[in-house]
Design a protein around this ligand. Structure first.
Ligand SMILES: [Fe+2]
Length: 262
């Protein structure tokens, strides 16, 4: 795989996005959100990849994954007007199918094609499938970290915006109630990941995103997380209850522990 291959993938992605241009404001906001997200995930990928001393040819694979990882989001939104996979379609699997249908990776070697396909297809899985090769697992971990780091940014901005300016589908249509579910709070305080199925309110959703910190893989990711103050910013809009403070502190101390060990 060479620079030209990635340039072709980038051109394909950009052209593909143009197919979803719209005059309807909310539609446009949701599509722009995902296109911007893609380029920021690419930038995170470079940063984490540099931290891992990734070889230039591997960086090209990682870059391709970042460009393609959310390609299923556009069609998902067009068809279902939501980003919630559980009520529509698994956007990662849809993305892998779109890549195949459009023969986006046809000029790559089978090994490269397989890594990119699997990473796109599984980037949203609850955890990294253990039966993937070590190499595929590495690239999957990389996209998962780069993706999470930008999703935190998206939501920090989302919660700062007045409701009428928000990209409507980003909040997954969850009710903005003042409470957090006790089970979700307990999981976060105990260092556990939270399943989306346990999330009942927008506040639970914030807690679930805080728990993603437990799933980060690379020290550069923890450094970026702390440098950007993602935990503090996300926690800002949570209710100031003692159990919430306890959960947030657990996440913060976990992240600091990871940076100190590195
Ligand atoms: Fe995604």
């Amino acid at each position: 795989m060479n620079v030209q291959n990635v340039a072709e993938i980038q051109k394909w992605f950009s052209d593909y996005c143009r197919g979803f241009d719209s005059d309807e404001e909310d539609f446009r906001r949701n599509m722009t959100l995902k296109e911007d997200h893609t380029y920021r995930v690419r930038s995170n990928t470079f940063k984490i990849g540099q931290g891992e001393d990734l070889a230039p040819e591997d960086m090209l694979i990682a870059e391709s994954i970042s460009l393609l990882h959310d390609v299923g989001r556009f069609e998902q939104y067009r068809q279902f007007k939501t980003f919630r996979d559980s009520v529509s379609v698994n956007h990662a699997q849809l993305g892998a199918k779109i890549i195949e249908d459009h023969e986006v990776l046809s000029s790559l070697l089978p090994r490269e094609r397989s890594i990119i396909n699997r990473a796109v297809e599984s980037h949203n899985a609850f955890s990294v499938p253990g039966d993937f090769s070590e190499e595929t697992q590495f690239f999957l971990k990389l996209i998962r970290d780069a993706d999470k780091l930008d999703i935190w940014r998206v939501f920090i901005e989302y919660f700062r915006q007045p409701a009428h300016e928000r990209a409507s589908a980003a909040g997954l249509d969850l009710p903005d109630k003042p409470k957090c579910s006790p089970g979700v709070l307990e999981q976060v305080a105990n260092g556990e990941m939270v399943r989306l199925s346990a999330v009942k309110t927008l506040n639970d959703f914030k807690l679930m995103q805080l728990a993603w910190v437990y799933d980060l893989n690379f020290s550069a990711s923890f450094a970026l997380l702390l440098e950007r103050q993602c935990i503090e910013e996300l926690a800002e809009s949570l209710p100031a209850e003692s159990l919430v403070v306890k959960a947030v502190e657990a996440v913060l101390s976990f992240a600091y522990g990871k940076v100190q060990k590195a």
